[in-house]
Design a protein around this ligand. Structure first.
Ligand SMILES: *Cc1c(COP(=O)(O)O)cnc(C)c1O
Length: 440
């Protein structure tokens, strides 16, 4: 089930006409369906029901305050990767006691902030980090709750830029070295060994790698529980979504029961991991990001020009790689549909942005309905790693974001004003104070 469908030939987000949002707020515009986020969360939680897991939404996937509030309201915790994300989660009303702090490069300030706020656990990725946490916590008169991130040495069989669980990656501690590190950590007075954690990669589309990793690490978790009294095992995030075709059948295959072979459903994911986790008797944490928000968002863009070169048809739109970098960065596929469904034949098209980079594309050589300048397109499945990876490249303002719930829609991030882009910049003293200061 997801919240985007054509009704009478017009794309709707839940009960709201997307074109009306585009006209009111302009484009490029992210539109999110609150119902879709909630459905995904509830369905995942139900599939894992017997474990009663704590689901820590990986907020780096989409950290808009309103999105965080949706998940906080559903009882989610948060998986965060920077002090900025912790401050952001707090600003959205999150309970720090349900937050886990990951990342290979935590600074002293970030560690102190996490300890002062009382996060549930810091997930440790190296011995020097453990030593630093011990020292800072001791100085604060605290014991820092930590989990060591295990690198299970399992190939997630996903894109190289989003695989994290092999020994080629910078993440975690190699499986064979973990027990020794817990032994050393148990002698540190500023550290409380609270759990063990892993995360093998992102956009995994089969259950096999999850099962292999959990099966490998579960006995270690049991051993750590008996030796060091750890209370939780976080199995990370990474469950993939169906990017193609998100809309063609009215709902993504992900959500159809009895889904096609090879599609990772929440139930298949659960079936692969629950049998290994339940006997442990530990508190189980999950850190899904993309799974919860990926198909809950679209990027709406307007066609500026249709350029025919004889060889090719370029549909030039007003969104660029600064708004959605996934195609350029990961060669990602995103379904693209016109907001107004129309008859007529398909044209093999490249949909490209206005940015001065050949990597600024959304699809290449794809049969698309014939479109004209002024029409709107939806770039689908853009709810995860979309807006959050936006930049100001080419001095382009960051896109606006709208959250929809039923018949209601609210602007949850206004479009950035141009002057905000260079607000932090100034001339050097030797350049003279009387430089032109034009406000757009
Ligand atoms: C990015 C990340 C996640 C979430 O990954 P998804 O593929 O979006 O589910 C979870 N845990 C950690 C440690 C991460 O770095």
């Amino acid at each position: 089930m997801h919240g985007f469908r054509h009704v009478a030939g017009r794309l709707h987000c839940e009960r709201v006409l997307v074109e009306a949002l585009a006209r009111r707020h302009g484009t490029p515009l992210y539109v999110y369906s609150e119902q879709t986020m909630a459905d995904h969360f509830v369905r995942l939680k139900a599939a894992l029901g017997s474990l009663d897991p704590l689901i820590c939404y990986a907020m780096k996937a989409n950290s808009n305050l309103a999105v965080l509030r949706v998940f906080a309201g559903l009882g989610a915790g948060f998986d965060l990767v920077s002090g900025g994300e912790l401050e952001r989660a707090l600003a959205a009303g999150a309970d720090p006691g349900r937050c886990v702090f990951a990342g290979v490069g935590k600074t002293e300030d970030e560690i102190r902030l996490a300890l002062a706020q009382g996060v549930y656990a810091l997930n440790v990725e190296s011995e020097p980090e453990l030593v630093r946490i011990d020292r800072l916590a001791s100085r604060m008169g605290r014991r820092a709750p930590v989990a060591i991130r295990v690198n299970p040495g399992v190939d997630a069989r996903t894109h190289a830029k989003i695989t994290t669980g092999t020994y080629e990656n910078k993440f975690g501690i190699a499986f064979e070295q973990v027990a020794g590190m817990y032994r050393r950590a148990s002698r540190l007075r500023g550290v409380w060994l609270r759990g063990v954690q892993m995360h093998i990669g992102s956009q995994l589309t089969e259950a096999g790698p999850f099962e292999r990793a959990v099966r490998k690490v579960a006995p270690l978790a049991a051993e750590l529980a008996s030796r060091h009294g750890i209370e939780f095992f976080s199995i990370g995030g990474g469950a993939g979504i169906v990017y193609r075709p998100a809309l063609a059948s009215g709902e993504p295959r992900w959500w159809r029961s009895g889904a096609a072979r090879g599609v990772l459903t929440p139930e298949r994911y659960a079936a692969a991991v629950v049998p290994w986790l339940r006997p442990l008797g530990l508190r189980i944490l999950l850190e899904p990001g993309r799974l919860l928000v990926g198909n809950a968002g679209i990027l709406v863009t307007r066609v500026e020009y249709v350029k025919r070169t004889g060889r090719k048809t370029f549909v030039i739109v007003d969104a660029g790689m600064n708004d959605l970098i996934r195609p350029a960065f990961y060669d990602a596929y995103h379904e693209i549909v016109p907001l107004r469904r129309r008859g007529g034949g398909a044209v093999v098209s490249d949909v490209v942005g206005p940015i001065c980079e050949s990597g600024d594309w959304f699809c290449k050589g794809r049969p698309l309905p014939r479109v004209q300048a002024g029409e709107y397109l939806a770039i689908c499945s853009a709810g995860a790693y979309g807006s959050v990876m936006g930049s100001n490249y080419n001095t382009r303002p960051q896109a606006a974001e709208v959250l929809v719930r039923g018949v209601r829609a609210a602007l949850v991030r206004r479009r950035q004003a141009l002057a905000e882009i260079w607000a932090g910049e100034q001339l050097a003293p030797w350049q003279g104070a009387r430089a032109a200061r034009r406000q757009p």
